[in-house]
Design a protein around this ligand. Structure first.
Ligand SMILES: NC(=O)c1ccc[n+]([C@@H]2O[C@H](COP(=O)([O-])OP(=O)(O)OC[C@H]3O[C@@H](n4cnc5c(N)ncnc54)[C@H](O)[C@@H]3O)[C@@H](O)[C@H]2O)c1
Length: 319
């Protein structure tokens, strides 16, 4: 299969590409603008593999997308502005990349008759849930400019399916963790600062609840959806470990040999969703998805990876 992966130099996209190219059964083109979050080093382990092409380009650039698209059997669309805090201080790149960029890709995929379009989305499009878990039919109620832009992209993708009959499938995943995550997100931010002997900021009372899934499990779910998902459907990818941020920070402190004296309690994030929870019965029952990475093991390996790859993260100013 010839697969066009957008955002393949980012955290999750690069995991997906490394997995595909290591197995060696597919040809992969990465289209990535190399924003602050995109890093060619994330793809270095597979850069010499046959069937791999890297295109440095922006998904909002219709000319570039039109040149790159022909000949691909599928698009797997990860490219996005992905950090909620950045969307609160400046929403414009989120709307332009996440909404308009998705529209440019959908148009080109439709025009060139690409057989399948997998749009990667997030649990954050639903807003917040006090108890229970969302199913795929839950109405969207995003809280942040980030999640609103992802919701807009999701609706566009579904509209291209209904209007043009395009074979579009959407995945919505919970919080990911693992190696190669840009150190602005909670786990790599805390781990890299703690490893450096620094202090870490915990939002509000730390009672916010997230479901954590290893990035390898997310990518396994995306591959299942790519090959077996039904056109026009949405699939949750969850089934990870539900923790309050305090519980997570407890584990991170222990893993880095630190204690709560290193934690600064800071004002809560504006509009901070209290809890996310996905019902993942559909992908389990239809496609046989079961997460494979145990959280304690995955977290220990993740902390070890950051400890061993200081050169990868130490240059980042955001830390
Ligand atoms: N990180 C999570 O926990 C999580 C959870 C659920 C869903 N998602 C979704 O998964 C996808 C990937 O997330 P991530 O954490 O890997 O993000 P990331 O920020 O690490 O990577 C995003 C990638 O997209 C590229 N990019 C950004 N704007 C672009 C543009 N205009 N044109 C081309 N490339 C561009 C960046 O250079 C980068 O390589 C996103 O769509 C995100 O919404 C993430």
């Amino acid at each position: 299969m010839r697969i066009l992966v957008t955002g393949g130099a980012g955290f999750i996209g690069s995991q997906f590409v490394r997995g595909l190219l290591t197995r060696g059964t597919d040809q992969v083109t990465v289209l990535d603008a190399l924003t602050y979050a995109g890093n060619p080093a994330n793809l270095a382990p597979v850069a010499d593999r046959p069937g791999y092409t890297f295109v440095h380009g922006d998904i909002r650039d219709a000319g570039t997308v039109d040149e790159v698209m022909p000949g691909h059997d599928a698009v797997v669309h990860f490219a996005a502005e992905s950090h909620v805090d950045r969307s609160i201080t400046g929403a414009a790149p989120f709307v332009s990349t996440n909404v308009l960029g998705t529209q440019v890709l959908l148009d080109a995929a439709h025009r060139h008759g690409v057989a399948r379009f997998v749009h990667i989305s997030t649990d954050e499009v639903y807003g917040s849930i006090d108890e229970g878990a969302w199913t795929e039919s839950q109405p969207l109620a995003p809280s942040s400019p980030y999640s609103a832009s992802k919701a807009g992209a999701d609706l566009l993708a579904l509209a291209y399916h209904r209007t043009h009959g395009m074979d579009v499938v959407i995945t919505r995943c919970s919080n990911n963790y693992g190696p190669y995550q840009y150190p602005e997100k909670l786990i790599p931010l805390f781990v890299t600062r703690l490893l450096d002997g620094g202090r870490v900021p915990l939002y509000g009372d730390g009672g916010h609840i997230r479901e954590w899934l290893h990035v390898e499990d997310h990518c396994r779910g995306v591959e299942l959806v790519l090959h077996k998902g039904r056109p026009g459907e949405i699939y949750h990818i969850g089934g990870g470990t539900e923790l309050t941020n305090r519980e997570l920070v407890d584990r991170l402190l222990a893993a880095c040999g630190a204690d709560w004296s290193r934690v600064d309690h800071v004002a809560d994030r504006k509009g901070h969703d209290r809890r996310y929870a996905l019902c993942s019965d559909k992908i389990r029952d239809e496609l046989g998805f079961v997460p494979q990475v145990d959280f304690e093991t995955g977290l220990a390996q993740t902390v070890a990876w950051y400890a061993e790859h200081r050169e990868w993260w130490s240059r980042h100013a955001d830390r």
